[in-house]
Design a protein around this ligand. Structure first.
Ligand code: ADP
Ligand code: F6P
Length: 325
């Protein structure tokens, strides 16, 4: 089959927003324009595509955005895109607007949508954007670095008051079913316990004994980082306080982890990945996803990427436990 010549590309952000998405959008727009393409922005993810919320983007439209959190294109979750009818409608709208290539910035779910569009003849490239770091083919996802730093700073603050009052603090971080934010915060904040959905060693009796042991050893507080995938922090705090007699408070950091100005790393990696996505489209590639592995920016077939399985590195988890001594 003759390679499709790309003249117009579209870009959308989909699923949960992540700091650094604007840097990726900016890179897509300016790389596309710089290489002679027309660039269209699609508002509010696949929902906006189905509603034809499509605008032309100029280099100036992305001025002054690299440092901003959120996504200037806005984002959405869209059930219609999960249906065959929705996917066919979305592909037809891309054709109607002359969008030969589409850059989808989002997570695994968004890539599944891109895969469906690729099967329907729209060239697609995915760029990993999620604070959860739960995309298997890549060691880096846009937004994780900012989110983990935001969470780390919040946890430091909770620790101050926890120490003053000699309390146990259960701090819940986001991540949906993935424990990467929790693991990194656990290490960075020197937590006594990290509860991860991927590990099956969560046992409250052991935690209670450990808290009592720690008090005997003279520790002034006890920090538990609880992943959202385990949840139940407020009830857990009540149970632990009752069982240990140590005052216990729960803090759910929540959506503040998703906002804020992106870190340098998120701006730089997102810029490179956005530019690379456009270059892949220009090279005639489709059904690809950009990633970062072993110190290199790489790309994978979306089918292959979605088939990979990411695991919490056991050595890192063991180290985190040892350092909590
Ligand atoms: P993320 O992209 O962060 O994983 P979601 O799982 O919410 O976030 O997916 C974002 C959107 O991608 C969904 O709201 C839906 O529109 C689309 N999507 C998810 N899964 C599929 C699928 N299997 N087929 C087509 N589109 C999908
Ligand atoms: O995927 C990003 C994320 O923030 C997850 O960590 C969390 O589970 C989810 O999105 C929250 O989604 P919502 O913004 O719809 O509450």
């Amino acid at each position: 089959m003759a390679q499709k010549i790309i003249r117009t590309i579209g870009v959308l952000t989909s699923g949960g927003d992540a700091p650094g998405m604007n840097a990726a959008i900016r890179a897509v727009v300016r790389t596309g324009l710089g290489k002679g393409l027309k660039v269209r922005g699609i508002r509010k993810g696949y929902q906006g595509l189905l509603n034809e919320e499509i605008i032309d983007l100029s280099a100036r439209d992305v001025s002054d955005t690299i440092q901003r959190g959120g996504t200037i294109l806005q984002t959405a979750r869209c059930d219609e895109m999960r249906t065959e009818d929705g996917q066919q409608k979305a592909a037809a709208i891309c054709k109607k607007y002359g969008i030969d290539g589409l850059v989808v910035i989002g997570g695994d779910g968004s890539f599944a949508g891109a895969q469906k569009l690729a099967n329907l003849g729209v060239n697609t490239v995915g760029v990993p954007g999620t604070i959860d770091l739960d995309i298997d083919c890549t060691e880096y996802t846009i937004g994780f670095d900012t989110a983990v730093n935001t969470a780390m700073e919040a946890i430091d603050k909770v620790r101050d008051t926890s120490t003053s009052h000699e309390r146990c603090s259960i701090i819940e971080v986001m991540g949906r079913d993935a424990g990467y934010l929790a693991l990194w915060c656990g290490i960075a904040n020197g937590a006594e316990r990290i509860l991860l959905p991927e590990e099956h060693d969560y046992n409250e009796e052991i935690i209670v004994k450990d808290i009592q042991e720690n008090r005997r050893r003279g520790k002034k507080n006890y920090i538990i980082i609880n992943a959202e995938g385990i949840g139940d922090s407020i009830n857990m705090a009540k149970r632990i306080e009752e069982a240990t007699g140590m005052e216990t408070r729960a803090t759910i950091i929540g959506h503040m982890q998703r906002g804020g100005s992106p870190t340098c790393k998120d701006r730089v990696y997102a810029s490179i990945m956005g530019a690379m996505a456009v270059d892949l489209l220009i090279a005639g590639k489709t059904n690809r996803v950009v990633g970062y592995r072993h110190g290199q920016y790489v790309d994978f077939d979306i089918d292959e990427a979605l088939g990979m399985k990411k695991e919490i590195p056991p050595y890192q988890y063991d180290i985190a436990k040892l350092l909590a001594l």
